[in-house]
Design a protein around this ligand. Sequence first.
Ligand code: HEM
Length: 444
Amino acid sequence: MVPAYPAALTAPPGIIRQAVLARRSLLYGWTEDCYDASDFEFRLLRRQVCVFNAPASVKSVLVTENSLFERKGAMMRRSLEPLLGDGLFISDGDTWQRRRPLVADLVHKARLPLFGPAMTNGVTELVDHWLTLCAGEEVDLLPTMATLTAGIIARAVFGVSLAGEALREIVEGFAAYQAQVDSLNLLYFLGNPEGRSLHGNRKLAETVGRIRSVIEDVIASHRRGEGDEDSMIAAMLRRGHFEGEAGLRNEAVTLFMAGHETTATTLTWALYILGKAPWAVEALRQEVDSISGGQPVEVGDVPNLLLTRAIIDETMRLYPPVPILPRQALRDARIGSLDVEQDALVLVCPWLLHRSPDLWDDPMAFRPERFLGEARPQPYSYLPFSAGPRLCPGMSFGINEAVICLATIMGRMHLELRPGFVATPVCRLSLRPRHPILAQVRPR
Ligand code: HEM
């Protein structure tokens, strides 16, 4: 089974077409050669763009030579800075060095048992709600999964007792923010390394103000002793060292943002693929029935849900939630086969690596068995969570959440896509379907 993907171009696009395609989606400008496991460069007007596709070069960019690059080139920093401030996702240098261990501790896999109930309860509530719908009612998968994962991360970050109130306002605020921010700042490609600043934008400032004040209220409630002991905010307050109220708030916003969008897209694409692969649904259900025996799926079940995990892994290969990892060169450097110029846009693209015929057999096909048993991808060919010092600290959280949610949904429900529907993946901040993926839901 080969899930949908945009066809590669037959010839390199001209400059204007490249800019237009890039603005529509960063997945559309690639020719077939770009999927080879070798490095290449091109220019977008004055800017040098280096794409590292050979696993050895990927290792240099992300791991061994990572200090030569800023994590977030101007493009993404400009888009996210008004909201995340100096939050981990976009910070570099000393701030990142100080905060990374603090944030990594909050979401460390040793703390998963604290957050497991939020995952199990969140998805159980969703399935219970679906059971109240008329049989065959359609749901739009991406917003439904985004509400599910936002609810889970809100319970984890803000605590169960405060999550409900804060959640609606924050979810609305995030949607407004995303709509207002151009995910691709064209000025950046046109040669200005700093891109266009969004700081003066009044509407955006109001949206950011709303989100921040909700989070500040949650922090204040915790300070008054009204929050849950197990929440990440409570742990942040106990630990200290977040450099005041703004540091704490910025990391809470960052965790909320980084911690739900990617899992939502993973689940959406997994449900889409399963809608086209009845054999995989059958096998997955057998596994879920044998492990959970009709009881709610819990964090302790995840190590035994090997096929469910392999389906999630294979989904993230075909549809990596973060399809492009951008960096900006701090100075001239020689990496792999390329001379990188200062300020060059440096790209490691899971989208290309994960579909390279040099690195995978039958790369476009859905084959979860690639991740079963002893089978493992070769190093630096599979990067849904990045690699090196900026490896996603929420990896265990995200994988456990995705496995619990997928096992619960497929164990209890039957989902059916519209006949003949073919999704089109587009790259925004994460990899999303261009059009709603609608599925009828029925009890299994
Ligand atoms: C399927 C789920 C997820 C995927 C695929 C994913 C993917 C990623 C990727 C690719 C990066 C690094 C980007 C880069 O190197 O430029 C990243 C960073 C990050 N992620 Fe995740 N993530 C997921 C879930 C989560 C969750 C659940 C949390 C929090 C609970 C989280 C928190 C973060 C944070 C704070 C960073 C910034 C780390 C740093 O820069 O040091 N992520 N994630």
